[in-house]
Structure formats: C-alpha cells, structure tokens
Design a protein around this ligand. Structure first.
Ligand code: UDP
Length: 476
C-alpha cells in the first residue's frame, strides 16, 4: 500500500496555504510518499480557498485533496479585526468536523498506509486508528512558547493579562514581555478564545512532534527553550521541528493568474530605482478607519519617499475602496511621480522580492514577516490584531529587523488616542528608507536573508530538522 501523509489545516486560508507548502516540501524530498490534504469548507475565506484548491488541482502538483462534508455555520461578525468571533467560529467548526476527519482517515487507510497526520487543529482524535499526530504551527516559535507556557501562567495568576498591564511576564525563550503585549485572544481570561488557546497549549505537547514555520537563527532562544522542555515545566515535550521559512507562491494564492492591477504594480516597480520604494500592506484583514487612512496618506506625502500602498476599504465596508473619497484631495495627483496606491490586494510576495523595494510597513502577520525576512526587506512594525503585537515586540527587540511605529496615547499630543499620527508615519518611513537606523536594519535583513537560505541547504538547520521529522515516520 502507498505510504501517505495526511495534512489537515485549520479553518483559515493561511493555514491551508502554509500546509500546501509543507506538502510540496515533503513531495520534493520524498517523491515516493503520497500527500492528501483534507479540505474543510471554511467558515471564512471560502472563495479564496476554493479558487486556490481549484487552481492547484489543475497543476501537476502531486497532492490529492479530499473534501470533507460541508458544515454550515453563521458567518463571523463583519468586523475583520475581530479575532474573537473568528476563533469562536473556528472552534465550533473544528468540533463539528472531528467525526468527518476520523471518517476520512478511515477511508484513506483502506487504500493507503497513513504514516502521519499533520494538523494545525487542536487534538481531538481518538487513538483507535494508531496514526501518529503532529502539529503544524504556522506562526513563530515565540508565540508557540507562549501557548505552551500558557497553562503554567494560568496557574500563576487569577487575573486577565489585560489587567496586568505594568507586569512583565517571564516566559522561557522570550525577553520579559509586558502582559498587554500578549496575543490579543489571550488578554481577557473569561473569553472563550482564551480557553480555546489554553486547551490548545495543553494539547500541543501530547502530539508526536511540533513542526513550526521558523528557523533556528531567527528565533534561537525561543526554539531552544521549547526544545529543552522549559515551556512545559510539568510535562513531557515532544520533539520540535523548525523547518521554515515556508512561504506561499503569490500566483498560487491568486488562483494561478495575477489580475491586471497586480501586473500593473509589478510593472511600475520595474521602472523604480533599486531599493527605493517603501511597500505598505497590512495582511488579508488589515483595514483602517477613514481618519487613519488620511494620516497615512499625509505622512507618506511628507516623507518624500517612493511608495506602493495597498488600501482596503475601511472597517465595516464590504465594497471596493473608493480612493477618491478616502484619500486627501489631490493626493493622487501630487504623488503620482513617486507613489502607487493599489485597491484591496497586491501580490505581496512578488513585490517583496522585487529589487526596487527597500522597506515594508507591515501589520506583522507571521507570513508577511517570513516573506520580508526571506527577501531581506527591513520593516516598520505596525501590529493590528491577533498575535501581531507579540510578533512586533519580537521583531523589534529580539530579531532587530524592524522599527516600531507608535500610536498617540494621549490627546496632549494633539492626536486622537489610538491613531498613528501623520508625523509618526513620516518619521518612521524616513528612518526606514533614508536614515542610519534604516541602513543598519537593511544590512541585518540582508544578512538574515542569507541565513534563511542557508537553513535549507544540505546540513542547514531547517533541512536537518525536516530530515529528523521524516526519519520519525516509520517508512518502509
Ligand atoms: N497578502 C498578499 N497581498 C495582500 C495582502 C496579503 O499577497 O494584499 C498575502 C501575504 O503575502 C501573506 C498573507 O497574505 O502571505 C497574509 O498572511 P499574514 O500571516 O501576514 O497575515 P494575515 O492575513 O493572516 O493577518
């Protein structure tokens, strides 16, 4: 019987895309194995996921997709920053899917010998099938350390992290971190999202191993602490396999063909000077209020730098952004020689790899960070939601690959609380693109790019971790 690895991504598009990359990696190194990905009908990102899978199914990628029966859930609330409602839907979805996953594994086992299940979903399966289960954690080792240590932290305090603002938390592998910088879904102790992740943190060590999309030199302390078991002081820690950076192909994400706007922005980059453009993009859900968009525009204009900016519609709006209305009067005309604004979506990966791009203002989603690291692009960290504030701290303080951007915290600064002022945007963009801080970051980012590539050469740390992972499967 054919030896098979089954992958089961959680209910979000980026889990699917990242797992497909993992599947490709396994196939590339072990073409005799077969890979089956379980596809669940996602409560969100449904159309992106289905066009992505349709596209991949038409390529010669030797990966099978196994569709699980549909599950209907009410869509999460419209606020795209609302991680809580997404986690609640995902949790319900995962729970309802569990029997279907078991059925699928039974069916696949009739014709194949399933050597491992790799999943980003909390452990729900009984052991009756005797299939070793591995977790794939598609974010950074630092937040993985937090999740693994969460059950311990939970027993150390009865308060919510959001009420411990001045307190520094001591988590193995991380510098002491302010409680308010913990991942957003963990801030409020009585929230279901907190309990979802508390359970997740308790289940992770029960797996056969944890695969994480990072690499040794990027997060040496966090990886070492996890591997040494320091994050699970009262239990056993399975092996950890840092096999990153795995990044998704921009064309695959776009369903195989880039739209006209995407091609236009790559053509625009072709005629810009080397490393001269700052790219601003805030992930799949990064939206701003109209007031904040205006401040970004003013800051960019005053910075005098070349820019490529992806603008999504403001919070609450479901239509394409109307740039005429959203951006300051005359902005497009005044900046047309040195700036390009793209509506809603741009091929980020291809942009970051372009020679003309010299800096990236990012929301610190982990895929975005890894893409910038892989192409040696220094960053301004502007976290918005989910675990991004934690990522930003790690990116600035530990990795030293980004400059932080600051929000106005009091009306004394003449700014509305919670907004980043146009002066701050101007200052950080200039720092990144033309001042000494930016030069230091650029040098370090280019060095990290070289190290990232070396991690996947023979004998490199990610290659070695991946080889150990495969060796742990009982292949014939
Ligand atoms: N992305 C893109 N174009 C966009 C916005 C996002 O290609 O206009 C891609 C980006 O390259 C990355 C992913 O979407 O691979 C975003 O993942 P990340 O983890 O950074 O953030 P999330 O969207 O999960 O908040």
């Amino acid at each position: 019987m054919k030896e098979t690895i089954v992958l089961y991504p959680a209910a979000a598009f980026h889990h699917m895309a990242s797992m497909v990359e993992l599947g490709k990696l396994i196939m590339q190194h072990h073409p005799n194995l077969s890979i089956t990905i379980l596809v669940a009908t996602m409560p969100f990102d449904a159309s992106a996921t289905s066009s992505y899978i349709n596209h991949l199914s038409k390529t010669d990628l030797p990966i099978s997709f196994y569709s699980l029966p549909s599950i209907h859930l009410p869509p999460p609330q419209q606020d795209s920053h609302d991680t809580k409602s997404r986690v609640a839907s995902a949790s319900e979805f995962i729970h309802l899917n569990a029997p279907h996953v078991l059925d699928a594994l039974r069916t696949i086992s009739l014709s194949s010998s399933v050597q491992a299940l790799i999943t980003s979903v909390v452990h729900l399966y009984d052991d009756s099938l005797h299939i070793p289960t591995y977790y794939y954690y598609s974010s950074c080792a630092s937040t993985l350390a937090i999740l693994l240590f969460l059950p311990t932290l939970h027993n150390q305090t009865a308060k919510s992290f959001k009420d411990l603002d001045g307190t520094l938390l001591h988590i193995p592998g991380l510098s002491p971190i302010r409680a308010s910088y913990m991942p957003q879904p963990l801030l409020q102790r009585d929230d279901p999202t907190y309990h979802f992740f508390l359970n997740f943190g308790s289940c992770l060590p029960k797996s056969k191993g944890i695969i994480v999309n990072t690499f040794d030199s990027l997060e040496p302390h966090a990886i070492k602490s996890i591997a040494d078991g320091a994050c699970v002081p009262n239990g056993l820690m399975p092996p950890v396999y840092p096999i990153g950076p795995l990044i998704t192909d921009a064309k695959d994400r776009a369903g195989g063909t880039l739209c006209d706007a995407s091609s236009e922005c790559l053509a625009w980059l072709d005629v810009q000077p080397s490393r001269s453009v700052v790219f601003l993009c805030f992930g799949s859900r990064g939206t701003f209020s109209e007031a904040q968009l205006e401040k970004i525009a003013c800051g960019l204009e005053r910075s005098n730098q070349r820019f490529l900016w992806v603008v999504k519609s403001p919070l609450g709006s479901t239509t394409e952004p109307n740039l005429e209305v959203l951006l300051p009067k005359g902005f497009a005309q005044r900046t047309k020689e040195r700036g390009l604004v793209v509506k809603s979506w741009a091929p980020q990966n291809a942009i970051l790899s372009h020679e003309s791009v010299g800096g990236f203002v990012t929301h610190c989603g982990w895929n975005s960070v890894l893409e910038a690291v892989s192409y040696g692009v220094p960053m301004v960290a502007w976290p918005l939601y989910a675990e991004q504030h934690t990522n930003a701290v790690v990116l600035v303080e530990e990795m030293k690959l980004a400059i932080p951007i600051g929000m106005a915290t009091s009306s004394e600064e003449g700014e509305k609380e919670g907004l980043v002022s146009s002066e701050e945007v101007e200052t950080r963009v200039r720092q990144l693109m033309e001042l000494e801080e930016g030069k230091v970051l650029r040098k370090r980012s280019l060095e990290m790019r070289t190290i990232a590539r070396a991690a996947w050469t023979g004998g490199g740390t990610s290659f070695t971790a991946f080889s150990k992972l495969v060796a742990s499967w009982k292949l014939g």
